[in-house]
Design a protein around this ligand. Structure first.
Ligand SMILES: *Cc1c(COP(=O)(O)O)cnc(C)c1O
Length: 369
């Protein structure tokens, strides 16, 4: 038994010092401009535009609204080919737009949508592919983009896990037609609650900027879009500006923890760790482990044993979103045996800057013995 009794959670939000945050909000506090595209909002927008090397970038109140409105701004009808191995938000954003998800199986190593299985699912109703860069592992963007071009489909990436990921020399935001990022408190980079969209078409950008503000044209009285309120407040933007100063160190510290796990788990039989992918620069957002048949123990036993010791690992993503009861009658469950198998075997281990070496050793000891 470990001697200190504080539970270890799967993640811990990064935070600036209280003084740094107070300093960031000071001028805004006095000005009483609290939301509606204030100074901090505009400054964060500019900084993130540079971060993503993007021409068009918009902030949102959260990642889900960013994705839902990004899909809406593409004005599509019909079927969307997507992965069931994701957070429920991805599938909800599709269905809430009146689109039908068609679930495609995943690649057993990358865990992202399997491009070889996409074309079989294309019908005359297909309008788009929604891929997820799950755990910050990039989808096979080159193949997906070429399938989409051949069939005239849009490509939307849920990049909620992929802040600061680079792939084949480019920021991950610059693949496909649109990418959504989540800046939720549990993500690598966060604004407490928040999200962002990178897109490449100026018309779509303008529709999207109206959708986030009730469909209004700025300064005007009319709106031509059925919008919502999905604006980010100044307090959230302030947290984002502070956290952006520290993101480099945050990722470096996560890398160290992650490499410590690799050292201790890498030689064990039956554990499939983060895939080696050519051209990938990682963000160390998650530490997923897949427990194969010859692992020292099953995923569920490992999770249970960890919990007994106050270590809260998470079964991300179990169950598949295609199995959720709210989607009954709205979509077919599809035929995704690989995704189902992975969902039954995957466990995300605690990973955050400041997770101690002793905790990492203790976690690995429990998994291996
Ligand atoms: C976190 C997350 C979202 C939703 O983002 P929020 O900011 O929490 O609304 C969507 N998709 C995936 C894969 C996520 O992990």
């Amino acid at each position: 038994m470990k001697n200190d009794s504080k539970p270890v959670y799967v993640t811990r939000s990064s935070m600036p010092s209280f003084e740094e945050y107070a300093d960031m909000i000071h001028a805004m506090w006095n000005s009483r401009w609290l939301t509606n595209m204030g100074y901090l909002h505009e400054e964060l927008t500019e900084r993130l535009k540079k971060e993503f090397e993007a021409e068009h970038f918009l902030l949102f109140s959260n990642g889900h609204m960013a994705l839902e409105l990004a899909l809406q701004s593409l004005e599509m009808k019909g079927e969307v080919i997507t992965t069931p191995f994701t957070f429920i938000s991805t599938t909800q954003a599709i269905i809430r737009n009146g689109l039908t998800p068609v679930f495609c199986d995943i690649d057993p190593v990358r865990l992202t949508i399997d491009p070889e299985k996409i074309e079989d699912l294309i019908t005359e109703k297909t309008c788009a592919i929604v891929g997820v860069h799950v755990y910050g592992i990039p989808c096979e963007t080159r193949i997906i983009d070429s399938i989409a071009a051949k069939h005239g489909l849009k490509v939307i990436y849920d990049a909620a896990h992929a802040f600061r990921v680079r792939y084949m020399g480019k920021n991950i935001a610059n693949y496909g037609d649109v990418s959504m990022f989540s800046f939720h408190a549990t993500k690598v980079y966060h604004t407490i609650e928040g999200g962002g969209v990178v897109c490449h078409d100026p018309k779509q950008y303008s529709r999207l900027s109206r959708l986030r503000n009730f469909g209004f044209f700025y300064g005007g009285l009319d709106g031509d879009q059925l919008g919502v309120n999905a604006k980010m407040s100044e307090f959230h933007a302030a947290m984002g500006l502070c956290n952006l100063r520290h993101i480099e160190q945050e990722i470096q510290k996560r890398k160290e923890v992650s490499e410590h796990y690799d050292q201790l788990l890498g030689k064990a039989k039956g554990l499939q760790l983060f895939p080696a992918i050519e051209g990938l620069e990682r963000n160390y957002a998650y530490y997923p482990v897949i427990f194969l048949d010859n692992a020292p123990k099953s995923r569920d036993k490992a999770c249970e044993d960890l919990e007994k010791e106050g270590i809260i690992a998470r079964k991300y993503f179990y169950p598949l979103t295609s199995a959720f009861s709210c989607f009954k009658g709205r979509s077919d469950q599809g035929n995704t045996p690989v995704a189902e198998d992975i969902a039954n075997r995957v466990l995300c281990l605690p990973l955050y800057a400041g997770l101690s070496a002793e905790d990492v050793e203790w976690i690995c000891h429990i998994i291996l013995n």
